[in-house]
Design a binder for this molecule. Structure first.
Ligand SMILES: Nc1ncnc2c1ncn2[C@@H]1O[C@H](COP(=O)(O)OP(=O)(O)O)[C@@H](O)[C@H]1O
Ligand SMILES: [Mg+2]
Length: 375
């Protein structure tokens, strides 16, 4: 077991080519489950492959267990990698696939046998040991790929979108199994995905990337509640966060109001204080609010949410979608669109006029030019 440290890592695939990883620095602690998440092409796989030793580092350092490994070949790094396409040897049985890494290491035969059997039992693939990969379903192949990785007791596991080829239901099941596997093995895992739900549910911490640059690193709750910028706020969470443009003005009580041509809403006192101190009076800002913090104003009162405002947010429902226990109501407010979470049983017809309230405790504010959160 070992932690992994990245120090000012850069990568370009050719001499004068673009940098696809830029100044990535990150300490992944021993035993941690770190998830790299971001849109396609943001440099997740490249970063992971540099840790594995499958790509050369253009600049910067990689440490595994405190040891500088930039020039250590992949085989000697003692890490295991699981890929999206499983990369099983087609002509070998499941047993041989799982045993392969141990054989290379000249492990004794009876040890190989017991290690493979034990791990096959853990992954519930014991009955498949004699089969060839082509005789397995996608989910079973993925288990074999995991089995092949864990049987070696590596210092760290690297996984690159390992569940992407599975159907939705199996993906959710395997997610849970990988979390349990991590708990049991207590080994450092670095997991790459483009799926924010996967990142939020699996990671002990998550690292959000965009254009080769780390945007934020944190525990899922922090990334969700305190996004560092508009990109993170929008990328994390489903449905995506609502963004509203407006200007901060002084209200009658001396606190700030978020003011737009159609509505004006008072800020929570502590947010008002911070934004005043930071010089945002009369400045244009972006307000971010998640669907679960938007209410019908008549319901908000009962929830103890203060909504006193002279010009309320009024809009018209143009679309609603049922998602299990929730119903997401899409409301048009002038040119703005606001999504509100309601209960599934809350029947709100399209075309209905609504007055909305935003929970002032959970409004986020962003600088409109830099797109950075205003703390
Ligand atoms: N072998 C390669 N040669 C040249 N460019 C590459 C290579 N692999 C990836 N890239 C480019 O590097 C960028 C990051 O790719 P990648 O790390 O695969 O992103 P992600 O895994 O986040 O989707 C992309 O622009 C991609 O086109
Ligand atoms: Mg990738």
């Amino acid at each position: 077991m070992a932690g992994v440290s990245l120090r000012h890592l850069y990568k370009s695939y050719s001499k004068n080519g673009p940098l696809v990883v830029k100044d990535v620095s990150l300490d992944i602690e021993d035993g941690e489950f770190m998830v790299f998440v971001g849109p396609s092409g943001c440099g997740k796989s490249t970063t992971l492959r540099m840790v594995a030793g499958l790509e050369r580092v253009s600049q910067g350092e990689i440490y595994i267990g405190g040891e500088l490994v930039n020039h250590v070949p992949p085989k000697k790094r003692d890490i295991a990698m699981v890929f999206q396409n499983y990369a099983l040897y087609p002509n070998m049985s499941v047993f041989e696939n799982m045993a392969f890494g141990l054989r290379l290491r000249k492990t004794e035969k009876h040890q190989i046998e017991s290690a493979v059997k034990q791990n096959a039992r853990t992954l519930e693939i014991e009955h498949l040991l004699e089969r060839k990969p082509r005789q397995l379903s996608g989910g079973q192949r993925q288990r074999v790929a995991l089995g092949r990785a864990i049987v070696r007791h590596p210092k760290a596991f690297l996984m690159d979108e390992p569940l992407s080829n599975l159907d939705a239901r199996l993906r959710v099941q395997m997610r849970t199994e990988i979390i349990e596997l991590h708990r049991r093995l207590d080994t450092t895992m670095i997991y790459v995905t483009h799926d924010q739900t996967e990142a939020m549910t699996m990671g002990t911490r998550i690292c959000i990337m965009k254009d080769g640059i780390i945007q934020q690193v944190g525990v899922p709750e922090d990334v969700y509640m305190k996004p560092a910028n508009m990109f993170v706020a929008n990328f994390i969470g489903s449905p995506p966060i609502n963004f509203l443009e407006g200007r901060l003005r002084l209200g009658k009580d001396g606190g700030l109001m978020f003011d737009t041509p159609r509505y004006a809403i008072p800020l929570a006192p502590e947010k008002s204080k911070t934004l005043l101190e930071k010089g945002y009076l009369d400045k244009a800002v972006v307000l971010g609010i998640r669907a679960e913090n938007v209410y019908k104003s008549d319901q908000a009162e009962g929830l103890g949410v203060s909504i006193k405002t002279e010009t309320p947010i009024t809009g018209e429902v143009y679309f609603s979608e049922l998602v299990g226990a929730d119903r997401f109501i899409h409301v048009k407010v002038g040119d703005d669109k606001i999504v509100m979470r309601a209960a599934a049983y809350d029947r709100i017809a399209d075309g209905m006029k609504l007055e909305l309230a935003l929970n002032p405790q959970f409004t986020l504010f962003f600088n409109r030019d830099t797109q950075q959160a205003i703390a």
